[in-house]
Design a protein around this ligand. Structure first.
Ligand SMILES: Nc1ncnc2c1ncn2[C@@H]1O[C@H](COP(=O)(O)OP(=O)(O)OP(=O)(O)O)[C@@H](O)[C@H]1O
Length: 736
C-alpha cells in the first residue's frame, strides 16, 4: 500500500467520523424540533380551550395565543434544505455575543473555547441552552464575516451539508491554525464551490449556508435610510436583497412585520423564480410583486417596444397625465339646460369650464369632488332663479337642489360632464391622437409625440403593458376615489358573509396564516421596500413604487451596465426623489453564477460598448467553452442547439430571443414538451438564471432599442454551465 493511499484512507476515516459526530448532533436537534412542534400545536389547542370561558378578554387572548402558536408551528414546519448548516469552533477568548450566550451544549473542540451551531432558525433545548443559533443573530455573524486576517475568535468554520435530516458532507475553513489543537480535523474543498456546482432548479435557492463577507455587509446593513447594492451579473444582488428582507424581519420583527416588507422585481417570470427563497428562510411575511402587478385590478406582463417604453417611462409623462386628468371627457355636454316651473335655467360651455377650473383648483381629486361639482352646478342654476322668480315664488335652495338633482336630465348631464373615471378610461383617451398631442405639447419633442401617438393607437384597456401600469397608478392618484364609501374592515376570521366565527382548527390556522401574510390589495404603508433590478425602473415606475412607502426605508439593488434605460441621470434623479438621499453604498465584486468561460463572452460584448467598465470576477470554470454558431437558417440550428444543451445539463435551460421573435421561437420548441425549458425575451431574462442558455440571433437583441447591447449582455450572462449562440451573422461577437 502506498503512503498516499494510506493518507487518503485515513482522510476518509476522519471525514466519516466527523460526519457521524455531526449527525449525532443534528439528530438531537430534530428530536427537539419534534417536541417543539407538538408543544406549538398544543398551545394552539390550549388557545381554543380559553375560548370556552366565553368572555371577550378570553376571546382576544385566545386569538393572540392561537395566532402566535400557529406562526411558530408554521416556521417550524417550513420547507428547508438543512435546518443546521454551520458550526463555529470558537477560541478561548470568544466572548458571549450581545444577545446572550450561544454556546452549544457539547464538548468544545478547542480547549477553553465554545461551539456554536448555526441554522435557519434558533432552537433551545429543554434546559434553555442554545442548540441552534439563528443565522441572523449577532452570534452567527462570525460565520459569515470571519476571515484569516480578521478571525473574530473563530478557529474553524464548518459548513454542514444535509439532505433532509441526513448529513452528507462537511466543508471546513481553518482560520486560526495556531489555536487549533493537533487532532482537529479539517475537511473538504470549500463550501462555496460545492454550492455553486449544483444544478439550477426551477426556483432560486437561498444561499444562507455560504453568504460571503461582502454580501453579508450589505445584508446586515442598518435598516434606516437607503441601502444601495451594486454589482455585475451573478454577484448575488438578488440573493442579498432577499436575505436582507429576512434579516430585517428578524431584527425588528414588530416594525417590519406590522408595517410589511415589499419586494419589487422586474417581471412575473422573475417573481416566480425567486418566490421560494424567503419561505425557505422561514419568512412568509413578505409581499413579492412585479412592476406589472403593483396596482390592484390590473396585471401586465408584456412590455412595450423600447422606444415607446422610454417615452412612457419618462417623468415628463406625469405632467401629461396631470393635464389629462383635468380635461373634459370625450362627449362632454357643451351646456346644461333645465326647465324649472316654466323657466329655462342654463349654463353654457364657458360657465361650465370656469366651474371645472374652480373645483379642480388646489389639487382637488376629480373623483373625490364629484358631489362638490354637482353642488356647484345646482348652486349656479339656483342663483339664476333670483332674477326669474318673485321672492315669494322663488324655491328654497335645498328644495330646489333636491328636486333638480333627482331629475333624469340632470343625472345624465352629471354622468357625462363629471363621470366617475377609472384610470384606464383616461388612458384610453390617449388613443385619440389629437387629444394626446394637446396633452404632450411643450412637454415632449415632436419625434417623441409621434412615438407616443403611434403607440397609444394600439392601447387596449383590457390588456395594458407593464409600462402602462405606472401611468395607471399615477392616474389613480390624480383621480382619487369617490368619497365616503364606508368600506367594511377586513376581517381575517370571516369565513362567509355574516359568518364571523371559525369553527374548525384548520380554518383558524388558515386565518392565522392569512393574517400574517396578507394585506389589503391597495396597501401603501410598507415599512421597508426592496427594489431589485433597479437599473430598469423608469422614473414613472419609481413614482409608483414610492407611493407604497412614504415612510419606508429602502434596499435598492441593481447594475447600471444592465440598464435598458437610456438616460441614467433622469432615472437616478427619479430614484433619489423616491427613496431619499441618506444612502449607504455597497459593491459586490465576484460573479458566482457564470463559469468564467461564459462570462468572458458577455464581458467582451459590454467592453466594446463601454470600454472603461469595471466587471466582476467569475470564480469557477466550466471546462467547456461556449459555442457560437453562424447558420443560414435559424430554426433547425436553434432546435438542435436546444436539444444538445438539454442533454448536457441536469437543470433548467433558457432560450433567449427578441421581444419580436420570442413567440415564434417558442413555437419551434413546443414539440420538445420539456418542463426544464423556458423561452423568454431579453427583458424577461433579467434576474434569471439557467444551467444552459441558447441565445437566438444575438445581433438582433443588440439592435433592439437604444440600449440593446446591454440586453444582450444580460442574455449572455444568464448561464451557469453551457452557453450556445445561434446567429445568421457572426458580427455581433467582438474579437477576444
Ligand atoms: N454566497 C453565495 N453562495 C452560493 N451561491 C451564491 C452566493 N452568492 C450568489 N450565489 C448564486 O449566484 C447566482 C447569482 O446570484 P443572483 O441572481 O443573486 O445575482 P445577481 O447579482 O442578482 O445577478 P444579475 O444581476 O445577473 O441578475 C445565484 O444562483 C445565487 O444563488
Amino acid at each position: 500500500m502506498s503512503t498516499e493511499r494510506i493518507t487518503a484512507a485515513g482522510r476518509d476515516e476522519t471525514a466519516a467520523a466527523e460526519l457521524a459526530a455531526e449527525q449525532q448532533y443534528i439528530d438531537r436537534v430534530y428530536r427537539r424540533l419534534a417536541v417543539l412542534r407538538v408543544s406549538a400545536a398544543e398551545s394552539e389547542k390550549a388557545g381554543f380551550n380559553i375560548a370556552k370561558v366565553g368572555t371577550f378578554g378570553a376571546l382576544v387572548e385566545r386569538d393572540a395565543m392561537v395566532y402566535h402558536a400557529a406562526r411558530r408551528r408554521l416556521a417550524l414546519d417550513a420547507e428547508y434544505e438543512g435546518l443546521v448548516f454551520g458550526r463555529l469552533d470558537m477560541g478561548p477568548n470568544a466572548r458571549p455575543p450581545d444577545d446572550g450566550p450561544a454556546s452549544a451544549p457539547v464538548e468544545p473542540a478547542v480547549p477553553g473555547g465554545e461551539v456554536r451551531y448555526i441554522g435557519r432558525l434558533g432552537l433551545r433545548d429543554e434546559r434553555y441552552e442554545p442548540l441552534v443559533v439563528d443565522w441572523r443573530a449577532p452570534a452567527a455573524a462570525p460565520f459569515y464575516r470571519a476571515t484569516p486576517t480578521d478571525r473574530m475568535d473563530v478557529v474553524r468554520r464548518r459548513t454542514i451539508r444535509s439532505s433532509g435530516e441526513k448529513v452528507v458532507g462537511v466543508e471546513d475553513d481553518l482560520l486560526d491554525p495556531e489555536a487549533a489543537p493537533a487532532e482537529m480535523a479539517v475537511i473538504g474543498d470549500g463550501a462555496l464551490l460545492a454550492a455553486l456546482t449544483r444544478a439550477t432548479g426551477v426556483g432560486m435557492r437561498d444561499i444562507v449556508a455560504t453568504i460571503q463577507r461582502e454580501q453579508d455587509d450589505a445584508i446586515r446593513s442598518p435598516a434606516s435610510g437607503v441601502t444601495v447594492v451594486r454589482g455585475g451579473p451573478g454577484t448575488g444582488k438578488t440573493a442579498v436583497a432577499l436575505h436582507r428582507a429576512a434579516y430585517l424581519l428578524y431584527n425588528d420583527r414588530n416594525r417590519f412585520e406590522s408595517g410589511g416588507v415589499l419586494v419589487v422585481g422586474p417581471s412575473d417570470v422573475f417573481v416566480g423564480y425567486v418566490a421560494r427563497v424567503l419561505p425557505s428562510l422561514g419568512e412568509d411575511a413578505v409581499t413579492l410583486r412585479s412592476l406589472g402587478q403593483l396596482l390592484p385590478g390590473y396585471t401586465a406582463d408584456r412590455h412595450d417596444p423600447p422606444e415607446l417604453a422610454v417615452a412612457k417611462g419618462s417623468v415628463r409623462m406625469a405632467r401629461v397625465l396631470a393635464r389629462a386628468a383635468r380635461d373634459n371627457a370625450p362627449e362632454t355636454p357643451g351646456r346644461i339646460r333645465i326647465l324649472f316651473k316654466g323657466q329655462l335655467l342654463q349654463l353654457d360651455g364657458r360657465a361650465l369650464s370656469d366651474a371645472r377650473r374652480d373645483i379642480l383648483n388646489n389639487g382637488a381629486k376629480r373623483n373625490a369632488v364629484r358631489p362638490k361639482a354637482a353642488g356647484l352646478v345646482l348652486d349656479t342654476l339656483w342663483r339664476q332663479t333670483e332674477e326669474l322668480f318673485s321672492k315669494a315664488a322663488r324655491p328654497k335652495r335645498e328644495e330646489f337642489a333636491q328636486e333638480i338633482a333627482e331629475r333624469p336630465e340632470f343625472r345624465e348631464f352629471m354622468s357625462k360632464w363629471w363621470p366617475r373615471l377609472r384610470p384606464v378610461d383616461v388612458l384610453g383617451w390617449f388613443r385619440d391622437g389629437n387629444r394626446l398631442r394637446r396633452y404632450c405639447e411643450g412637454i415632449y419633442s415632436n419625434q417623441q409625440i409621434g412615438v407616443l401617438t403611434r403607440g397609444f393607437a394600439r392601447f387596449d384597456p383590457a390588456d395594458p403593458r407593464v409600462e402602462d401600469i405606472a401611468l395607471l397608478d399615477e392616474l389613480n392618484e390624480l383621480l382619487g376615489e369617490p368619497p365616503a364609501r364606508n368600506r367594511p374592515k377586513r376581517d381575517p376570521y370571516q369565513v362567509a358573509d355574516g359568518v364571523h366565527e371559525l369553527s374548525t382548527r384548520f380554518e383558524r390556522e388558515a386565518a392565522a396564516r392569512r393574517l400574517a401574510t396578507e394585506r389589503p390589495a391597495d396597501y401603501r404603508e410598507y415599512a421597508h421596500i426592496v427594489v431589485d433590478e433597479a437599473q430598469d425602473v423608469s422614473p414613472m415606475q419609481w413614482r409608483m413604487v414610492a407611493r407604497r412607502g412614504e415612510y419606508a426605508s429602502w434596499t435598492v439593488v441593481g447594475d447600471p451596465a444592465q440598464a435598458a434605460w437610456p438616460d441614467p441621470a433622469e432615472a437616478n434623479r427619479a430614484m433619489t426623489e423616491a427613496v431619499g438621499k441618506r444612502r449607504r453604498d455597497f459593491e459586490l465584486t465576484t460573479n458566482y453564477r457564470n463559469a468564467a468561460e461564459i462570462f468572458e463572452v458577455a464581458a467582451r460584448v459590454i467592453r466594446r460598448a463601454e470600454p472603461g467598465i469595471s466587471l466582476p470576477t467569475a470564480v469557477r470554470r466550466a471546462g467547456v467553452p461556449p459555442k457560437h454558431e453562424t447558420v443560414p437558417e435559424l430554426r433547425p440550428a436553434v432546435e438542435a442547439a436546444v436539444r444538445e444543451v438539454l442533454a448536457e445539463v441536469e437543470g433548467t435551460v433558457g432560450v433567449i430571443a427578441t421581444s419580436v421573435t420570442r413567440d415564434e421561437v417558442a413555437g419551434w420548441l413546443t414539440g420538445l414538451a420539456e418542463p426544464r425549458l423556458q423561452v423568454v425575451t431579453g427583458l424577461d431574462a433579467k434576474g434569471m438564471e439557467y444551467d444552459g442558455v441558447v441565445v437566438v440571433e444575438p445581433g438582433a437583441l443588440a439592435a433592439e432599442g437604444a440600449n440593446g447591447v446591454r440586453t444582450l449582455y444580460v442574455a449572455l450572462s444568464r448561464a451557469t454551465q453551457r452557453l450556445t449562440t445561434v446567429a445568421t451573422n457572426g458580427n455581433w461577437l467582438p474579437a477576444a
